[in-house]
Design a protein around this ligand. Structure first.
Ligand SMILES: [Zn+2]
Length: 275
């Protein structure tokens, strides 16, 4: 564990997201590196200050249906007034009409704010995927349990070990070289990790079931069949210095993690998800 590496995973360490082996290496480095230890103290102090002083509001569960009801009511009233105004029965309604429209706009803004405040669906998956990537790269861990560049060796290896078949593609022609696979976890869910290399950088492609539903359940992922445009669902973000690309397809969730540039990882995801 060197300083650069430690700084990349320091937040994950402070949040307790790393496995025991990686935590051990970090602890060892912190005892002998004054500058990293000082950085850890700063981050911990910031974390505590945020927890103690930053305002934290959790929207009550009843808020969304309440807003929806208000919006429905306001829209119904607005529609009624529009109709009344259009038939000319009451010319004095135009200001009421404007008020109704304004209240609809205000409520729509409220709802937009409410939904914008919700984390994006992929957001909660990124941190655990990065934590699993970091943990897998620890020297004491086994990055690869089946070492092969042949997808006809790697894909069958998962059979019987995990209750779905992760896609394993030969992308060597595009510079992404398959080097093997292993069993792993993402946020406590059993995951297949298909491992690639691009210019010596490791890419972990994590694949896991979209939900906890029973295997082969037709309702395993309600979004899986409705979204045929997989490419549109690909999202790349940067988390603690790592690139993370997530998408969903066929009842499975995918997260590719690497320290390569985000564009390289997006390209990788496009190749993996291409039909
Ligand atoms: Zn250091």
């Amino acid at each position: 564990m060197n300083c650069t590496r430690l700084q990349q995973v320091l937040d994950a360490h402070i949040d307790g997201e790393l496995d025991r082996a990686t935590t051990g290496e970090i602890t060892a480095h912190l005892t002998e590196c004054a500058s990293c230890a000082a950085l850890r103290e700063q981050r911990s102090a910031l974390r505590q200050a945020l927890r103690a002083h930053a305002p934290y509001f959790k929207a009550p569960a009843a808020l969304a249906p309440t807003i929806q009801r208000s919006l429905d009511r306001a829209m119904a009233e607005s529609a009624a007034k529009l109709q009344s105004s259009a038939t000319g029965r009451n010319a004095g309604l135009s200001w009421l009409h404007a008020t109704a429209l304004a209240s609809v706009a205000a409520l729509a803004g409220l709802i937009a704010g409410y939904w914008l405040a919700q984390p994006l669906p992929d957001y909660p998956l990124r941190d655990p995927a990065v934590a699993s990537h970091v943990a897998a790269l620890a020297p004491t861990r086994q990055l690869i349990q089946v070492a092969s560049s042949d997808r006809h060796t790697v894909k069958p290896w998962f059979q019987g070990k995990i209750d779905f078949a992760p896609p394993v593609k030969d992308l060597a022609g595009d510079g992404y070289v398959l080097i093997g696979g292993r069993l792993d976890q993402v946020a406590d869910k059993p995951a297949a990790a298909v491992v690639y290399q691009v210019r010596k950088h490791v890419i972990n492609l994590f694949v896991w079931r979209a939900t906890d539903k029973a295997p082969n359940s037709p309702a395993a992922d309600p979004t899986a069949n409705s979204n045929t445009d997989v490419t549109a669902a690909i999202a790349t973000a940067s988390v603690r210095g790592f690139s993370v690309t997530t998408w969903a397809a066929g009842g499975l969730r995918f997260a590719a993690v690497s320290d390569v540039d985000g564009r390289d990882l997006t390209r990788f995801a496009q190749l993996v998800s291409a039909p």
